[in-house]
Design a protein around this ligand. Sequence first.
Ligand SMILES: NC(=O)c1ccc[n+]([C@@H]2O[C@H](COP(=O)([O-])OP(=O)(O)OC[C@H]3O[C@@H](n4cnc5c(N)ncnc54)[C@H](O)[C@@H]3O)[C@@H](O)[C@H]2O)c1
Length: 426
Amino acid sequence: MNTPVIRSQGAQLSRRTFLQHTARATVAAAIAAPFVSRGRVLGANDRIGVGFIGVGGRGRSHVNTVKKLGEAGAAVQIVAVCDAYGFRLDEIAQQLGVQSYRKHQELLADSRVDVVCVATPDRLHVPQAMDAIRAGKDVYCEKPMGHWSQFDRCRQFCAEAQQLGRVVQIGNQGNSSPAWGKVRDLVQQGAVGRLQHVQAGYYRYGDWGERMQIPDPHAKPGPELDWEAFLGDAPQVPFTVERFFSWRRYLDYAGGPCTDLFPHVFTPFVSALGLNFPSLAVASGGVFEFSTYDREVPDTFNMCVDYPEKASVNLVCTLSNDYVTEPAIRGDEGTLTLQNAGGWEGGFDSITVIPHKGERRIVPGLKTEATPLHWQNFLSCVRTRQKPVSDVEFGLKVQAALSMSMLAFLNRKVATFDTVKREILL
Ligand SMILES: NC(=O)c1ccc[n+]([C@@H]2O[C@H](COP(=O)([O-])OP(=O)(O)OC[C@H]3O[C@@H](n4cnc5c(N)ncnc54)[C@H](O)[C@@H]3O)[C@@H](O)[C@H]2O)c1
C-alpha cells in the first residue's frame, strides 16, 4: 500500500514523516513551561487555541496544516475562523464545526483564541497583527510582513511586539527548511571566505498568480462582503470584483514579484548569511508581458540590495520565461551554488562548493515541506517564549529590503536606510 501523502503548495510530505515531526513537537510541548494567554494560564498539556483571520487560498492551507498537526497529536486546536467574504467563511466554519466571525476584532475578543494566523491580503497583515498582539495573542503572520508602503507600521509593530513579549512568526516557511542550515554552516566555516555577492531569482511563465479567480462576478458589498474591512488603510476607491478577489494585480494591495515571490527566494539568504538591515536598494522592471488587462504590478522585477557589511544581493524575476539559473553565493575565496532551489516551500537538492583553490565538492541538500515545520517552530515558541526562526525583528529586516526596493522602483530613485531611526530615505 502506498504511504498516504499530505499535500500543500508545491511540495509533499509523507504521513509517516509528518507524524515523526509531530511526535517530536508533542514531546517538546509536553516538557515546556506553561504560558499565559489572554485570560488564561495554559499548562504544558493544554491545547493552544488557534483562530484564523483570512480563509482564502493560503488561510485554508494553514487550516489543513494545523488540523493535521492536531490529528497527529500536537496540543493544538482550531477554535475560530474569520473572513470578510461570508460565503467562504460559512463553508469553512461548517466544515470545521467552529465559531465564525465576520470581523477580526470579534475573533480577537474570543478568549479561547490563544494565537492567530493572519492570511489576508498584504495590506491587512500588520494592522490585524497589531490588533492581535494588543489583544494578548501570539501571531503567525503571512508574508510579506506588511504591504510595501507600510514600513513605518511594520517598525511600530516590531517594537510593540517586543515590548509586549508576544511571539510572532512571519510566514516565510522556507526559513524552517533544514537545508538552509547547511548553507549557514558552510559559510561560517569559510567555504566562500568573506561574503561579497548573492545572485538568485524567481522564474515562471504565467500570470495566474496575480490574475486570481473571481468566484462570483456579481458579488457586491453587503452583509456577505465587507469592502470597507478589505480596504483597511488603502485608498477608499469604489468596489470592483477584480479588486476584491483578484487583489494581487493592484499596487494598493500588493507589490507583484518583489513582495509576493521574493520573500520565498530572499528570506532564507538573509537568515543563512546573517544579513542585517540593508544600506541601499535600487530596482527596475515593469509590466512587460501581461499588459492586456487591468494589471498594475510588474511581471518583471530586478532588485539590488547592498548591505553595510559590503555585500550585495541581486534578485531577478520574470513571469514570461521559466528557464532557471542556479542561485550563487560568492565570496573572496570561493562560491556556493544551489541545485534545484526554488518553489514556495524552500530547500534544494544539493550545494556545490567551488573554492578558488582546490577541488569542488557536492554537499547533499534537502527539499521538504516546510510549512508544518514552520508551524511547529511557532507553536513550540508559543510555549517556551523563545524567538521563532522568522521572528518579528528578522521579519523587519526582510521587509526593509522589500519596501526599499518597491519604493526605489516606483519612484525611479535610490532608496537608502537610516539604521539609527530605522527609516527608509528616498
Ligand atoms: N507563505 C506562502 O507560501 C504563501 C502562499 C500563498 C499566499 N501567501 C500570503 O497569504 C496572503 C493571502 O493570500 P491568498 O492567496 O490566500 O489570498 P486570498 O484572496 O485567497 O485570501 C485572502 C482572504 O482574506 C479575506 N479578507 C479580505 N479582507 C479581510 C478582512 N478585513 N478580514 C478578514 N478577512 C479578509 C478574503 O475574503 C480572502 O478570503 C497573502 O498576503 C499572501 O502573500 C503566502
